[in-house]
Ligand binder design. Structure first.
Ligand code: ADP
Length: 170
């Protein structure tokens, strides 16, 4: 178990990490859930920058500034919509975490906070998503000492429990 991974409860819009991830959609033009909350907290400049990016593929990530957030950067990553598990959902979800961390390394971020990607409106079962997320994060960290801390910021107790259990089982 990598000591740099932490599971916390909280609201990611209040994060003081160098970068936060946003569970975006492929348009990158904002949505509900954590995406809407991040845009509201960051201010309209965030949407203006997102409009210049031309969207993003599922399982990949694009970076913007954080504007009015405490975080310097936002890593926008569209997670997969759950459709039973036989449509490459796990590979795409792992790709979200890996792509975000690659950008974080490239931009000199030492601390990164993630929401639970795909487990809200996109319907990914949280116990399965937690194992994929933490597997991808720990695999990335194994080769990247420059990242000092990665936190999963859980918005509700059920999500927190799922990630705590997945971390214990790594
Ligand atoms: P997706 O479309 O990828 O499923 P959602 O935004 O619907 O994304 O949900 C992803 C997760 O983010 C859910 O666990 C939801 O409870 C959580 N969430 C919503 N708002 C916040 C917030 N402000 N901070 C952290 N997590 C949040």
């Amino acid at each position: 178990m990598d000591k740099r991974i932490e599971i916390i409860s909280g609201d990611i819009t209040r994060s003081d990490a160098d970068a936060i991830a946003n569970a975006a959609n492929t348009s990158l033009l904002g949505g509900g859930g954590v995406d809407g909350a991040i845009h509201r907290a960051a201010g309209p400049e965030l949407l203006a920058e997102c409009r210049t990016l031309g969207g993003c593929e599922t399982g990949r990530a694009k970076i913007t500034k954080g504007y009015r957030l405490r975080a310097k950067y936002v890593l926008h990553t569209p997670g997969p919509v759950w459709s039973g598990g036989g449509h490459g959902e796990a590979e795409k979800l792992a790709g979200c975490y890996t792509s975000c961390l690659e950008l974080a390394s490239r931009y000199g971020c030492k601390t990164v906070d993630f929401p639970s990607i795909s487990t809200g409106v996109y319907g990914y079962p949280v116990d399965k998503a937690a194992r994929v997320a933490l597997g991808a994060i720990s695999a990335y960290l194994a080769g990247h000492p420059e990242i000092e801390r990665v936190r999963m910021v859980c918005f509700d107790e059920r999500t927190k429990r799922a990630y705590d259990e997945a971390l214990a089982g790594l």
